[in-house]
Design a protein around this ligand. Structure first.
Ligand SMILES: [Zn+2]
Length: 435
Protein backbone atom coordinates (compact mmCIF):
# COMPACT_ATOMS: atom_id res chain seq x y z
CA UNK A 1 0.00 0.00 0.00
CA UNK A 2 2.70 2.48 0.98
CA UNK A 3 4.81 1.80 -2.10
CA UNK A 4 1.71 2.05 -4.27
CA UNK A 5 0.94 5.38 -2.63
CA UNK A 6 4.44 6.69 -3.36
CA UNK A 7 4.20 5.54 -6.99
CA UNK A 8 0.76 7.08 -7.41
CA UNK A 9 2.12 10.43 -6.20
CA UNK A 10 5.15 10.16 -8.51
CA UNK A 11 2.70 9.57 -11.38
CA UNK A 12 0.93 12.79 -10.44
CA UNK A 13 4.07 14.95 -10.65
CA UNK A 14 2.85 16.81 -13.76
CA UNK A 15 -0.59 17.26 -12.24
CA UNK A 16 1.04 18.65 -9.09
CA UNK A 17 3.08 21.16 -11.10
CA UNK A 18 0.07 22.22 -13.17
CA UNK A 19 -2.06 22.65 -10.06
CA UNK A 20 0.62 24.81 -8.42
CA UNK A 21 0.88 26.92 -11.59
CA UNK A 22 -2.89 27.37 -11.74
CA UNK A 23 -3.01 28.52 -8.12
CA UNK A 24 -0.14 30.98 -8.64
CA UNK A 25 -1.93 32.43 -11.68
CA UNK A 26 -4.82 33.52 -9.48
CA UNK A 27 -3.30 36.68 -7.91
CA UNK A 28 -4.77 36.56 -4.41
CA UNK A 29 -2.84 39.57 -3.12
CA UNK A 30 -3.60 40.63 0.43
CA UNK A 31 -4.21 43.44 1.07
CA UNK A 32 -6.70 44.11 -0.41
CA UNK A 33 -7.79 40.47 -0.84
CA UNK A 34 -7.90 40.10 -4.61
CA UNK A 35 -9.42 37.10 -6.41
CA UNK A 36 -10.32 35.19 -3.24
CA UNK A 37 -13.60 33.93 -4.71
CA UNK A 38 -11.89 32.77 -7.90
CA UNK A 39 -9.23 30.87 -5.97
CA UNK A 40 -11.68 29.33 -3.49
CA UNK A 41 -13.91 28.19 -6.38
CA UNK A 42 -10.95 26.76 -8.27
CA UNK A 43 -10.12 24.53 -5.28
CA UNK A 44 -13.78 23.77 -4.61
CA UNK A 45 -14.52 22.80 -8.22
CA UNK A 46 -11.54 20.48 -8.38
CA UNK A 47 -12.37 18.69 -5.14
CA UNK A 48 -16.11 18.51 -5.95
CA UNK A 49 -15.17 16.38 -8.97
CA UNK A 50 -13.45 13.99 -6.57
CA UNK A 51 -16.46 13.48 -4.35
CA UNK A 52 -15.89 16.20 -1.75
CA UNK A 53 -18.74 18.22 -0.35
CA UNK A 54 -17.90 21.87 -0.79
CA UNK A 55 -18.84 24.80 1.44
CA UNK A 56 -17.99 28.42 0.75
CA UNK A 57 -17.99 30.50 3.88
CA UNK A 58 -17.52 34.23 3.80
CA UNK A 59 -15.93 35.89 6.80
CA UNK A 60 -18.76 38.37 6.94
CA UNK A 61 -17.87 41.78 8.40
CA UNK A 62 -14.32 40.76 9.28
CA UNK A 63 -11.52 43.29 8.58
CA UNK A 64 -11.34 44.07 4.86
CA UNK A 65 -14.56 42.20 4.01
CA UNK A 66 -16.71 43.98 1.41
CA UNK A 67 -18.77 43.04 -1.62
CA UNK A 68 -15.79 44.04 -3.75
CA UNK A 69 -13.32 42.03 -1.62
CA UNK A 70 -15.32 39.26 0.06
CA UNK A 71 -13.34 37.13 2.52
CA UNK A 72 -14.43 33.86 0.91
CA UNK A 73 -13.08 30.59 2.31
CA UNK A 74 -13.58 27.09 0.95
CA UNK A 75 -13.89 23.91 3.00
CA UNK A 76 -14.06 20.55 1.23
CA UNK A 77 -15.01 17.40 3.16
CA UNK A 78 -15.10 13.80 2.08
CA UNK A 79 -16.58 11.10 4.26
CA UNK A 80 -14.90 7.73 4.13
CA UNK A 81 -16.40 4.26 4.16
CA UNK A 82 -17.25 4.30 7.86
CA UNK A 83 -17.06 6.68 10.78
CA UNK A 84 -13.66 7.55 12.16
CA UNK A 85 -11.44 10.50 12.84
CA UNK A 86 -10.98 13.50 10.56
CA UNK A 87 -7.71 14.76 9.11
CA UNK A 88 -7.82 18.37 7.94
CA UNK A 89 -5.34 20.14 5.66
CA UNK A 90 -5.54 23.93 5.96
CA UNK A 91 -3.79 26.31 3.60
CA UNK A 92 -4.11 30.06 3.27
CA UNK A 93 -4.84 31.19 -0.27
CA UNK A 94 -3.72 34.80 0.20
CA UNK A 95 -0.26 35.97 -0.83
CA UNK A 96 1.68 39.11 0.08
CA UNK A 97 2.37 41.99 -2.29
CA UNK A 98 4.86 41.42 -5.10
CA UNK A 99 7.55 43.93 -4.06
CA UNK A 100 10.56 44.82 -6.18
CA UNK A 101 13.44 42.78 -7.56
CA UNK A 102 11.67 40.07 -9.57
CA UNK A 103 13.32 38.66 -12.70
CA UNK A 104 10.28 36.55 -13.67
CA UNK A 105 6.58 37.33 -13.97
CA UNK A 106 5.27 36.75 -10.42
CA UNK A 107 1.90 35.45 -11.61
CA UNK A 108 2.89 33.34 -14.63
CA UNK A 109 3.77 30.16 -12.75
CA UNK A 110 7.01 29.70 -14.70
CA UNK A 111 8.74 26.32 -14.37
CA UNK A 112 12.52 26.33 -14.58
CA UNK A 113 15.35 24.21 -13.09
CA UNK A 114 12.95 21.91 -11.26
CA UNK A 115 11.17 24.79 -9.54
CA UNK A 116 7.87 26.60 -9.93
CA UNK A 117 8.26 30.37 -9.59
CA UNK A 118 5.73 32.95 -8.52
CA UNK A 119 4.33 34.95 -5.64
CA UNK A 120 2.88 32.38 -3.27
CA UNK A 121 4.77 29.43 -4.83
CA UNK A 122 6.46 28.77 -1.50
CA UNK A 123 4.04 30.52 0.87
CA UNK A 124 1.92 28.54 0.36
CA UNK A 125 0.28 27.50 -2.88
CA UNK A 126 2.91 24.79 -3.40
CA UNK A 127 1.91 23.41 -0.01
CA UNK A 128 -1.81 23.50 -0.82
CA UNK A 129 -1.14 21.72 -4.13
CA UNK A 130 0.97 19.04 -2.41
CA UNK A 131 -1.79 18.42 0.15
CA UNK A 132 -4.45 18.13 -2.56
CA UNK A 133 -2.36 15.68 -4.59
CA UNK A 134 -1.55 13.64 -1.46
CA UNK A 135 -5.23 13.33 -0.60
CA UNK A 136 -6.31 12.57 -4.16
CA UNK A 137 -3.73 9.80 -4.46
CA UNK A 138 -4.81 8.32 -1.15
CA UNK A 139 -8.54 8.25 -1.90
CA UNK A 140 -7.93 6.74 -5.33
CA UNK A 141 -6.11 3.84 -3.72
CA UNK A 142 -8.23 3.55 -0.58
CA UNK A 143 -11.66 5.06 -1.29
CA UNK A 144 -13.32 3.36 1.67
CA UNK A 145 -10.94 4.40 4.43
CA UNK A 146 -12.67 5.07 7.71
CA UNK A 147 -13.07 8.65 8.82
CA UNK A 148 -13.10 11.88 6.88
CA UNK A 149 -10.65 14.11 5.06
CA UNK A 150 -11.00 17.86 4.81
CA UNK A 151 -9.09 20.41 2.79
CA UNK A 152 -9.62 24.11 3.34
CA UNK A 153 -8.40 27.17 1.49
CA UNK A 154 -8.67 30.13 3.82
CA UNK A 155 -8.09 33.85 3.54
CA UNK A 156 -6.17 36.60 5.27
CA UNK A 157 -3.52 34.55 7.08
CA UNK A 158 -0.98 37.20 6.11
CA UNK A 159 -3.06 39.85 7.86
CA UNK A 160 -3.97 37.88 10.98
CA UNK A 161 -6.50 35.35 9.70
CA UNK A 162 -9.55 37.00 11.24
CA UNK A 163 -11.72 36.50 8.14
CA UNK A 164 -10.24 33.06 7.56
CA UNK A 165 -9.32 30.45 10.13
CA UNK A 166 -10.37 32.58 13.13
CA UNK A 167 -13.84 33.10 11.64
CA UNK A 168 -14.23 29.43 10.77
CA UNK A 169 -12.92 28.31 14.16
CA UNK A 170 -15.61 30.44 15.83
CA UNK A 171 -18.22 28.54 13.81
CA UNK A 172 -16.86 25.19 15.00
CA UNK A 173 -15.03 24.17 11.83
CA UNK A 174 -11.78 23.59 13.72
CA UNK A 175 -13.06 21.70 16.76
CA UNK A 176 -13.86 18.17 17.77
CA UNK A 177 -15.90 16.18 16.89
CA UNK A 178 -15.76 17.60 13.38
CA UNK A 179 -11.95 17.62 13.12
CA UNK A 180 -9.28 15.66 15.02
CA UNK A 181 -5.93 16.36 13.35
CA UNK A 182 -4.77 19.43 11.42
CA UNK A 183 -1.78 19.83 9.12
CA UNK A 184 -1.01 23.31 7.81
CA UNK A 185 1.36 23.01 4.82
CA UNK A 186 3.17 26.29 5.50
CA UNK A 187 6.72 26.55 4.11
CA UNK A 188 8.83 25.21 6.97
CA UNK A 189 11.03 22.86 4.85
CA UNK A 190 10.10 19.29 4.00
CA UNK A 191 12.13 17.67 6.78
CA UNK A 192 10.83 19.92 9.55
CA UNK A 193 7.77 19.63 11.72
CA UNK A 194 6.68 22.96 13.11
CA UNK A 195 5.06 22.46 16.49
CA UNK A 196 3.91 26.00 17.12
CA UNK A 197 5.03 29.58 17.46
CA UNK A 198 6.17 32.28 19.89
CA UNK A 199 3.69 34.67 21.48
CA UNK A 200 2.84 38.13 20.18
CA UNK A 201 2.01 41.38 21.92
CA UNK A 202 1.37 44.38 19.72
CA UNK A 203 0.78 47.64 21.53
CA UNK A 204 0.72 51.35 20.91
CA UNK A 205 2.58 53.61 23.31
CA UNK A 206 1.59 57.27 23.22
CA UNK A 207 3.52 60.09 24.82
CA UNK A 208 1.65 63.28 25.60
CA UNK A 209 2.82 66.89 25.30
CA UNK A 210 1.19 70.25 24.80
CA UNK A 211 0.79 72.20 21.59
CA UNK A 212 2.40 75.63 21.15
CA UNK A 213 3.84 77.82 18.39
CA UNK A 214 6.90 76.12 16.86
CA UNK A 215 8.94 79.32 17.14
CA UNK A 216 8.54 79.20 20.94
CA UNK A 217 8.80 75.50 21.75
CA UNK A 218 9.57 76.29 25.39
CA UNK A 219 5.92 77.34 25.75
CA UNK A 220 4.77 73.86 24.80
CA UNK A 221 5.91 70.34 25.54
CA UNK A 222 7.19 68.17 22.71
CA UNK A 223 5.71 64.67 22.72
CA UNK A 224 8.31 63.48 20.17
CA UNK A 225 11.16 64.36 22.56
CA UNK A 226 9.42 62.35 25.27
CA UNK A 227 9.26 59.43 22.85
CA UNK A 228 12.97 59.86 22.19
CA UNK A 229 13.50 59.37 25.92
CA UNK A 230 11.43 56.17 25.74
CA UNK A 231 13.64 54.83 22.94
CA UNK A 232 16.77 55.70 24.95
CA UNK A 233 15.42 53.58 27.81
CA UNK A 234 14.58 50.76 25.42
CA UNK A 235 18.16 50.80 24.14
CA UNK A 236 19.72 50.99 27.60
CA UNK A 237 17.43 48.61 29.49
CA UNK A 238 14.79 46.73 27.52
CA UNK A 239 16.70 45.40 24.50
CA UNK A 240 19.54 43.97 26.66
CA UNK A 241 16.95 42.38 28.97
CA UNK A 242 15.11 40.74 26.06
CA UNK A 243 18.33 39.49 24.49
CA UNK A 244 19.21 37.80 27.79
CA UNK A 245 16.03 35.68 27.79
CA UNK A 246 16.44 32.30 26.13
CA UNK A 247 13.91 29.62 25.41
CA UNK A 248 13.97 25.86 25.27
CA UNK A 249 11.54 26.09 22.34
CA UNK A 250 13.36 24.97 19.15
CA UNK A 251 12.68 28.27 17.37
CA UNK A 252 14.21 28.77 13.91
CA UNK A 253 16.18 30.79 12.99
CA UNK A 254 18.26 30.63 16.15
CA UNK A 255 18.25 34.40 16.66
CA UNK A 256 14.57 34.07 17.52
CA UNK A 257 15.33 31.85 20.55
CA UNK A 258 15.48 35.06 22.57
CA UNK A 259 12.71 37.50 23.23
CA UNK A 260 12.50 40.21 20.59
CA UNK A 261 10.88 43.58 20.12
CA UNK A 262 10.49 45.45 16.87
CA UNK A 263 9.57 49.12 16.75
CA UNK A 264 7.00 48.89 14.01
CA UNK A 265 6.30 52.61 13.54
CA UNK A 266 6.50 56.04 15.11
CA UNK A 267 4.28 58.98 14.31
CA UNK A 268 4.40 62.39 15.90
CA UNK A 269 3.38 65.86 14.79
CA UNK A 270 2.25 66.82 11.30
CA UNK A 271 0.45 63.96 9.48
CA UNK A 272 2.59 62.10 6.96
CA UNK A 273 0.11 61.98 4.12
CA UNK A 274 0.08 65.79 3.78
CA UNK A 275 2.41 67.19 1.13
CA UNK A 276 2.02 70.94 1.70
CA UNK A 277 4.21 73.03 4.00
CA UNK A 278 3.73 72.24 7.68
CA UNK A 279 2.39 74.81 10.10
CA UNK A 280 4.71 75.51 13.03
CA UNK A 281 3.46 73.50 15.98
CA UNK A 282 4.95 71.65 18.90
CA UNK A 283 3.54 68.11 18.65
CA UNK A 284 1.34 67.19 21.57
CA UNK A 285 1.19 63.49 20.74
CA UNK A 286 3.62 60.84 19.56
CA UNK A 287 2.63 57.24 19.01
CA UNK A 288 4.86 54.22 18.69
CA UNK A 289 3.68 50.74 17.74
CA UNK A 290 5.72 47.91 19.24
CA UNK A 291 5.75 44.29 18.14
CA UNK A 292 6.93 42.15 21.03
CA UNK A 293 7.49 38.41 20.45
CA UNK A 294 7.70 36.34 23.59
CA UNK A 295 8.63 32.86 24.69
CA UNK A 296 6.61 30.01 26.13
CA UNK A 297 8.53 30.50 29.41
CA UNK A 298 7.26 34.09 29.68
CA UNK A 299 3.93 35.24 31.05
CA UNK A 300 2.09 37.82 28.96
CA UNK A 301 1.31 39.87 32.08
CA UNK A 302 5.02 40.08 32.85
CA UNK A 303 5.78 40.94 29.21
CA UNK A 304 3.50 43.96 29.48
CA UNK A 305 4.70 44.89 32.98
CA UNK A 306 8.30 45.15 31.79
CA UNK A 307 7.31 47.95 29.46
CA UNK A 308 4.96 49.63 31.92
CA UNK A 309 7.56 49.57 34.72
CA UNK A 310 10.11 51.15 32.38
CA UNK A 311 7.65 53.90 31.45
CA UNK A 312 6.77 54.48 35.11
CA UNK A 313 10.44 54.86 36.04
CA UNK A 314 10.79 57.40 33.26
CA UNK A 315 7.71 59.25 34.49
CA UNK A 316 9.23 59.46 37.98
CA UNK A 317 12.45 60.95 36.65
CA UNK A 318 11.56 63.02 33.59
CA UNK A 319 9.61 66.26 34.08
CA UNK A 320 6.16 66.40 32.47
CA UNK A 321 6.46 62.88 31.05
CA UNK A 322 3.13 61.15 30.67
CA UNK A 323 2.10 58.22 28.55
CA UNK A 324 -0.63 55.74 27.74
CA UNK A 325 -0.44 52.18 26.45
CA UNK A 326 -3.09 50.56 24.27
CA UNK A 327 -3.16 46.84 23.50
CA UNK A 328 -3.53 46.04 19.80
CA UNK A 329 -3.09 42.27 19.60
CA UNK A 330 -2.23 39.37 21.87
CA UNK A 331 -1.38 35.82 20.84
CA UNK A 332 -0.17 33.31 23.40
CA UNK A 333 2.70 31.01 22.44
CA UNK A 334 1.64 27.53 21.43
CA UNK A 335 3.58 24.28 21.13
CA UNK A 336 2.04 20.91 20.27
CA UNK A 337 3.51 17.97 22.20
CA UNK A 338 6.00 15.82 20.30
CA UNK A 339 4.03 12.68 21.07
CA UNK A 340 0.75 14.07 19.69
CA UNK A 341 -0.78 11.79 17.02
CA UNK A 342 -0.31 14.18 14.09
CA UNK A 343 3.33 14.80 15.06
CA UNK A 344 4.11 11.09 15.28
CA UNK A 345 2.33 10.35 12.00
CA UNK A 346 4.20 13.04 10.07
CA UNK A 347 7.51 12.13 11.75
CA UNK A 348 7.10 8.52 10.61
CA UNK A 349 6.32 9.74 7.11
CA UNK A 350 9.46 11.91 7.01
CA UNK A 351 11.62 9.02 8.20
CA UNK A 352 10.16 6.66 5.61
CA UNK A 353 10.17 9.05 2.64
CA UNK A 354 13.30 11.12 3.30
CA UNK A 355 15.26 8.57 5.32
CA UNK A 356 16.05 11.03 8.08
CA UNK A 357 14.74 12.06 11.44
CA UNK A 358 12.57 15.17 11.36
CA UNK A 359 13.73 18.43 12.87
CA UNK A 360 11.21 19.80 15.33
CA UNK A 361 10.94 23.55 15.10
CA UNK A 362 8.96 26.51 16.35
CA UNK A 363 8.11 29.41 14.07
CA UNK A 364 9.41 32.87 15.08
CA UNK A 365 6.15 34.43 13.88
CA UNK A 366 2.63 33.20 14.42
CA UNK A 367 0.36 31.65 11.82
CA UNK A 368 -3.15 30.23 11.74
CA UNK A 369 -2.38 27.49 14.29
CA UNK A 370 -3.05 30.13 16.95
CA UNK A 371 -6.75 30.28 16.07
CA UNK A 372 -7.07 26.50 15.88
CA UNK A 373 -5.53 26.17 19.35
CA UNK A 374 -7.17 29.13 21.07
CA UNK A 375 -10.60 29.30 19.44
CA UNK A 376 -11.03 25.73 18.24
CA UNK A 377 -9.35 24.22 21.34
CA UNK A 378 -7.79 21.68 18.98
CA UNK A 379 -4.21 20.94 19.91
CA UNK A 380 -3.32 18.13 17.53
CA UNK A 381 -2.09 20.60 14.95
CA UNK A 382 1.22 21.28 13.23
CA UNK A 383 2.66 23.08 10.23
CA UNK A 384 4.36 20.84 7.71
CA UNK A 385 4.97 21.73 4.07
CA UNK A 386 7.39 21.71 1.16
CA UNK A 387 8.44 25.36 0.78
CA UNK A 388 11.77 26.72 2.04
CA UNK A 389 11.13 29.11 4.93
CA UNK A 390 13.68 31.73 3.87
CA UNK A 391 12.12 32.08 0.40
CA UNK A 392 8.71 33.20 1.64
CA UNK A 393 7.72 36.79 0.74
CA UNK A 394 10.95 37.33 -1.28
CA UNK A 395 11.40 38.27 -4.96
CA UNK A 396 11.61 35.30 -7.37
CA UNK A 397 9.81 33.16 -4.80
CA UNK A 398 9.79 29.49 -5.80
CA UNK A 399 9.00 25.98 -4.64
CA UNK A 400 11.14 22.96 -5.55
CA UNK A 401 9.09 20.33 -7.42
CA UNK A 402 10.94 17.39 -5.81
CA UNK A 403 10.17 18.88 -2.39
CA UNK A 404 6.47 19.09 -3.23
CA UNK A 405 6.46 15.46 -4.36
CA UNK A 406 8.33 14.30 -1.24
CA UNK A 407 6.12 16.24 1.14
CA UNK A 408 2.98 14.98 -0.65
CA UNK A 409 4.18 11.44 0.05
CA UNK A 410 4.73 12.32 3.70
CA UNK A 411 1.28 13.91 3.96
CA UNK A 412 -0.41 10.93 2.29
CA UNK A 413 1.33 8.44 4.60
CA UNK A 414 0.52 10.55 7.66
CA UNK A 415 -3.15 10.76 6.66
CA UNK A 416 -3.32 7.02 6.12
CA UNK A 417 -1.69 6.38 9.50
CA UNK A 418 -4.05 8.78 11.29
CA UNK A 419 -7.17 7.34 9.67
CA UNK A 420 -6.19 3.73 10.32
CA UNK A 421 -4.69 4.25 13.75
CA UNK A 422 -1.27 3.44 12.30
CA UNK A 423 -2.31 -0.10 11.33
CA UNK A 424 -1.84 0.46 7.62
CA UNK A 425 1.63 1.86 7.99
CA UNK A 426 3.66 -0.82 9.77
CA UNK A 427 7.05 0.13 8.27
CA UNK A 428 6.67 3.76 9.13
CA UNK A 429 5.63 2.98 12.67
CA UNK A 430 8.46 0.52 13.13
CA UNK A 431 11.00 3.17 12.22
CA UNK A 432 9.27 5.67 14.47
CA UNK A 433 9.59 3.37 17.47
CA UNK A 434 13.20 2.55 16.72
CA UNK A 435 14.25 6.16 17.10
ZN1 LIG B 1 2.10 31.43 4.94
Amino acid sequence: MLDALDRRIEDKRQDLVALTQDLIRIPTINPPGDAYVQCAEYIGNRLARRGFEIAYIRGQDTPGDSDRYPRTNVIARREGGKPGSCVHFNGHIDVVEVGRGWTVDPFAGIVRDGKVFGRGACDMKGGIAAAIIAVEALIELAPDLAGAIEISGTVDEESGGLGGVAYLARQGYFSKPRVDHVIIPEPLNKERICLGHRGVWWAEIETHGSIAHGSMPFLGDCAVRHMGAVIDRFEAELFPLLASKHTDMPVVPEGARSSTLNINSIHGGQPEDFDGLPSPCVPDSCRMVIDRRFLIEEDIGEVKDEVVRLLNRLAAERPRFSYSVRDLLEVLPTMTERDAPVVKAVASGIEAVLGQRPDYVISPGSYDQKHIARIGHLHDCIAYGPGILDIAHRPDEFVVIDDMVASAKVMARATLALLTGGKAAPEANGKGRAS
